[in-house]
Design a protein around this ligand. Structure first.
Ligand code: ZN
Length: 300
């Protein structure tokens, strides 16, 4: 299970590959979900060879464990928070985090190797060969291998809160969980024990939609307003996912086109611009070290 030269590529749809550009920003939940959807052609493929060029990522990649996956068949891909799950049919598999600059993509034949292409997986799918590549200039990403068992039971995923797009994240849940806390709502939305996968951009956008001031103490938010906010979170994430993943101008979705969600940003990055709802000016503040954008007039 070594080397990648002389591989034969079959006729696979090229629409699932990624164009990768130089600069990097943090992938959030919609980006990871977009990657998961784009990698669906891997499902049912047989893992043939794995090449590790550099194993020192955020955590050291277990090369021996990785090579033991060879010969296995890929089961349907999953996602939990910002972790991409690549399970194998007979148990075990990989839990991949893109970190700050990671890209997981199916390489096109002849794609030159980048110095930051740390791993390649060669898979066979209906006679065609697919190369899955992990590129990560800053190496904050991680590839965790499980030899057997259910990836979802791994300690990395054990203490995570509910998925924002799942059935557990409801107004009742949020209201019950926040009755005794005075922390600002923006910080709560970004706490993975409360709800996973709501990044900085989406938190500002959801609060703008729900007309809630990001500094509001969570214990002061009524059940009715939680209902509005839960809906806003789900709407903003759904739209980002269906737009092919992103607010990030250097992120390219599965079709190779940049995400268009950025054209709909109403708060994030809009400092000094008029609010689309009331015309007042969008203000930028800092909360827990992160930029927050909101309208002082219509978010309260
Ligand atoms: Zn406004």
């Amino acid at each position: 299970a070594v080397t990648g030269s002389g591989a034969v590529y079959g006729e696979l749809p090229r629409t699932h590959s990624f164009r990768v550009t130089g600069s990097c920003r943090l992938p959030e939940l919609p980006e990871v979900e977009t990657v998961r959807r784009g990698l669906r052609p891997l499902e049912g493929a047989t893992m043939e060879r794995i090449i590790v060029r550099k194993c020192q990522l955020r955590r050291r990649v277990s090369v021996a464990a990785l090579h033991n996956l060879a010969g296995g068949v890929v089961a349907p891909l999953g996602r939990r928070a910002k972790y991409l799950l690549i399970p194998m049919v007979n148990g075990g598999g990989m839990i991949i985090h893109l970190g700050m600059s990671g890209r997981l993509f199916m390489a096109n034949p002849g794609d030159p190797l980048d110095p930051h292409d740390h791993l390649s997986w060669w898979l066979k799918q209906r006679g065609a060969t697919i190369e899955l590549r992990f590129r990560d200039p800053r190496r904050f990403g991680s590839v965790t291998v499980l030899q057997q068992g259910d990836l979802r039971k791994h300690p990395l995923l054990a203490n995570l809160g509910p998925e924002p797009l799942g059935n557990e994240f409801t107004a009742d849940y949020a209201f019950a969980r926040s009755k005794r806390s005075r922390r600002p709502i923006k910080n709560a939305l970004m706490d993975a024990r409360f709800v996973v996968g709501i990044g900085n951009i989406y938190a500002s956008e959801a609060l703008w939609r729900a007309q809630i001031n990001p500094k509001t103490a969570v214990c002061r938010i009524s059940r009715r307003r939680w209902g509005k906010l839960v809906w806003a979170v789900q709407d903003v994430l759904d739209r980002a996912v269906s737009d092919g993943g992103t607010t990030l101008n250097d992120f390219f979705g599965a079709s190779g086109d940049p995400g268009y969600f950025q054209t709909r940003l109403r708060a994030y990055g809009q400092r000094g611009e008029p609010c689309h709802r009331c015309g007042s000016m969008i203000r930028r503040i800092s909360q827990a070290g992160r930029a927050t954008y909101y309208c002082v007039s219509c978010q309260h």
